[in-house]
Design a protein around this ligand. Sequence first.
Ligand code: NAD
Length: 467
Amino acid sequence: MKTDSTVLFQKQKAKALEWRRSTAPERRARLKKLLEAVSRYEDQILEATQKDFGKPAVETVLTELLLSVHEITHAIKNVEEWMRPRSVSSGLFLLGARCEVHSDPRGVCLIIGPWNYPWQLALSPLAAALAAGNTVIMKPSELTPHCSALLQKILGEIFSEDEVAVVLGDKDTSTELLALPFDHIFFTGSTAVGKVVMQAASRHLSSVTLELGGKSPAIVDETADLAWAAERLLWGKWVNGGQTCVAPDTLFVHRSVWPNLQDEIRKAGARFAQRTNEDLSQIISPRHFERLKQMSKQSAGWKLAVQVGPDSTSDNERRWPVQFFELENAGLASYTSLAREEIFGPLMATVIYDDLSMVIDRLGREDKPLALYLFSKDKRTQERILRETTSGGLVINDVLVHLANPELPFGGVGTSGQGHYHGHFGFRAFSHEKAVLKQGPIKFAARFFQPPYSAAKLQWARRLLKI
Ligand code: NAD
């Protein structure tokens, strides 16, 4: 494998130098090929995703294919504009010079993907990398073997291995790939592995985009539309079996509305959970299933408040209900592990609050989340959360949907990631922005900086400080 990956890398290096010159029509043609192949393989994609973790076809279309197709189409439409050099002002000292920002392809890029959205999290960064003119080696997750093998087949049919190659394997394969001097590494996965990736990248000073995990809190205040908040929070936990990086994870709810919110969750649950075996994704593996079991059992200090979905959890089926746990001894001081670890499943840790300031204070001291959700009709509260908290993204009166807009950057901050992508942000993540200055015919300003450094020049130079 080591030699194979090195040979593959060298082949891509040669191709990347050739692709550095690629024009907008050439890049568009690559993206169109990708779009056409995704559409041609739609049925097989739905089947593979079903086989890997029982994901309902509707969810695969809406949360995987639609978003990927959207990203690819958006790139096809805009790549020419994105590639165009951007003129910037030259300022007084560079009078007569022309200053521009050019986007160079980074070169050979590595994309390492997680298992939870095996299509969207492979195809969206790939679209950005191709739009930016790079070659790509991709390492999808070993936990979705059907999807990963199909991805390899699809991309193998439309690209030669020196253009885009899918390498299958587990963390050992990632480790071998990470030893190579990639021009950029785009990693989506856990915060713990993100640190490993960043450390590996430092050996070659490869640039990185890290799309990581963590806890995404939701706040429901006393003015919220409770019926709406209930169904959106429930959906955020239901979709993909709650195994979504931006799934709401800890719910802070105002004491006065918690009883009504529970009723509304039950009502929404009655609508959602009519055919749980067909409509609810499985937990990805027995190991992950066991982890959820332990988490729900060991949540001392928490009581189960609302449950939606299957009554019994069988190891064969691996379908887990959405469960809202409530912190019994209310008060943020008795915060326990269910509210500390990333849950990455359909459990919700609910903390009742009386004073929003305590929630804001708590959020300020915790790791910065990938997403923060606020359900409130009060404009002042909305403004306060906007100004007094930080997170990868903030969504007011909804969950998850911010990632569907390619005009918005998607990414984390601090332990939830660094860098961002989607749309133009993805193109920029996979480009090097090169400063280009073309000197003009007026040389006076440049000459002023050269010796001899006379007293008069010093006087003039000091005057410039005041401009
Ligand atoms: P993971 O970090 O375990 O694995 C991700 C990828 O890294 C896989 O391809 C895996 O083979 C590889 N890998 C695992 N261990 C490695 C190691 N030691 N060295 C090098 N590579 C290694 O993550 P996962 O379980 O596949 O996905 C779930 C995590 O990903 C959650 O934390 C979730 O929040 C996060 N996630 C983040 C986003 C985002 O956009 N920010 C999206 C999806 C998932």
